[in-house]
Design a protein around this ligand. Structure first.
Ligand code: ADP
Length: 510
């Protein structure tokens, strides 16, 4: 039995082999039950000297588990002591669920019986039940000793297998935690960090080697205040610990974490997802709605005002005044159309419905068309200039998309030059690229924001734009369109004396 028990770590398989080995040398029938996590017993092995009955024994156990309080198996498990039955037939009523069960037990015709508990490190793991069947002699006290010894060895093997299994499961769990995107950390009863996965290391910018063994309060700023806001569940999926979104200060930067926590005997495990980016997008979106409503309302109010004045019968308007008001209607309607246009372009880009069809285009002609279309809307203080030499090679682009890009850039150049100045559109070419340079003498863009201005909805702080309106979509649209045409877009500005945007697109192959 010892040899057998030491052979493998697959304990269910081993216990079955053990039961089979004990029959018929030691007993006429053997049944082994293990205690489950919920305290119930599960039959894992059964053997009978009549091999045809082994399966029947298992089935009987499944139908009638040994749940009766006085069942010898229950007694052995409860007391941790071996139970010896000199005459099994006298104890049938203690085991039987009902009359049918009782008659099935009787039919098995066990004469004597022994039940020995399986115990390791103070924990009861299950029980081995042995029975004699005539013509086998009944068990004696020395058989009880032997059964106890057998159970001791089986318990040891079982415990080893379980420990090994748990260690393996733990190793797998730890390995899995290395790869999940969610941050996971574990604090023991003293709030000392015992586990710190790479996602946690990334969010808190502290490596595991530095975090392990230190109190959470030393690594996470205001940990006590943060902890107070997290509802801790006492068991997983109880719903009590539903994730809370809380702000956490990471090296002076605010990060929004959606954290849930579960307490277990070894401490508390915290799992979180970093929602800072999502929150920022949400914030941008609500800012966007506010900005757009404002942006739409201003031209609408101007149009409405002009229309009301034109309608009045009591005031005689000069022809020039009428023309002026009609100009307001036309130019404000144009502004409205451009805002709505930007929103449509952005939504088409987002939904992936934006196809580009690249063809050979005359870059200089396109630049001039764009500038001429904008010229009527430009304030007098702004001088719009196109510098495009004759004989440039054609550019490979989608003309509608390129027109949109240039329109947005020139429009921005004009818009962000509230004091006027020259806005230049220069077209040049290198070996295989056509370069559009849109240069203004306006407010400029601080270097720190050069990347972000191309993000959707992003707008510079109003204090830097002297209240100039916009949706924050124009440059995003430019960047997306230029990428789709296999080009590059960039900005240069010292943040004070104007900005220069550069768009480069491939020369069309002739
Ligand atoms: P908007 O509709 O706000 O103009 P854009 O996406 O076109 O949106 O531009 C994003 C932000 O970049 C603007 O809000 C503005 O702050 C800044 N910006 C863009 N172009 C210029 C420029 N030529 N000069 C100064 N700032 C600019």
């Amino acid at each position: 039995a010892s040899d057998l028990l030491n052979q493998t770590l697959d304990y269910e398989h081993t216990l079955t082999a053990l039961a089979e080995m004990a029959v018929p040398t030691l007993a006429g029938q053997v049944v082994i039950d293990l205690v489950e996590d919920d305290g119930s017993l599960r039959c894992v092995a059964a053997a009978h000297s009549d091999p045809a009955k082994s399966e029947y024994l298992r089935d009987l156990r499944r139908r009638y588990p040994p749940t009766a309080e006085d069942h010898p198996v229950q007694r052995a498990v409860r007391t941790g002591e071996a139970v010896y039955l000199a005459n099994v037939q006298e104890h049938v009523d203690e085991m039987a669920h009902d009359a049918d069960h009782a008659s099935e037990i009787r039919a098995l015709a066990n004469t004597s019986g022994i039940v020995v508990p399986l115990i390791a490190r103070g924990r009861t793991l299950g029980a081995i039940q042995l029975g004699t069947v005539a013509p086998q002699p009944r068990f004696t006290q020395s058989d009880v000793e032997l059964a106890i010894e057998l159970a001791r060895r089986a318990s040891l093997a079982l415990d080893n297998a379980r420990l090994y299994g748990e260690a393996q499961a733990r190793a797998h769990a730890a390995a899995a935690l290395e790869f999940v995107d969610d941050g996971v950390f574990l604090l023991d009863g003293d709030d000392v960090i015992r586990l710190w996965n790479p996602a946690a290391a990334q969010t808190f910018r502290v490596k595991a080697a530095k975090a392990l063994g230190r109190p959470a309060g030393e690594l996470i700023r205001d940990w006590n205040a943060v902890q107070d806001r997290i509802r801790i569940a006492s068991e997983p999926s109880s719903g009590v610990g539903r994730a809370q979104t809380v702000p956490v200060d990471v090296q002076g930067e605010e990060r929004w974490l959606s954290i849930s926590a579960v307490r277990f005997p070894g401490g508390t495990v915290y799992a979180f997802r970093d929602l800072t980016e999502e929150r920022a997008v949400d914030q941008l979106k609500s800012d966007f709605v506010a900005t757009v409503s404002h942006e739409l309302r201003t031209p609408l109010a101007a149009i409405y005002g002009a229309a009301l004045t034109l309608q009045r019968n009591d005031v005689r308007l000069e022809a020039s005044q009428r023309d002026g008001l009609l100009d307001v209607v036309a130019s404000e309607a144009d502004r409205l159309a451009r805002i709505v246009n930007d929103i449509l372009w952005a939504s088409r880009l987002d939904s992936g419905q934006m196809g580009v069809s690249i063809e050979s285009c005359d870059a200089a002609k396109l630049a001039r068309q764009v500038v001429e279309a904008l010229r009527p809307h430009v304030q007098d203080a702004v001088e719009l200039v196109v510098d495009a030499p004759e004989g440039l090679p054609e550019v490979a682009a989608d003309p509608d998309k390129l027109r949109q890009v240039l329109t947005n850039l020139v429009d921005n150049g004009v818009k962000y030059s509230p004091d006027g100045g020259r806005v230049l559109v220069a077209v040049t070419h290198t070996a295989n690229r056509i370069r559009f340079r849109i240069e203004d003498k306006g407010l400029g863009i601080p270097a720190a924001e050069h990347d972000r201005i191309f993000e959707k909805f992003f707008r510079l702080d109003p204090s830097m734009t002297r209240g100039v309106g916009g949706t924050g979509l124009g440059l995003y649209i430019c960047r997306e369109l230029v990428y789709r045409m296999h080009g590059r877009i960039s900005v240069a500005s010292d943040g004070r004396s104007g900005s220069t945007f550069t768009v480069e697109l491939p020369v069309a192959s002739s």
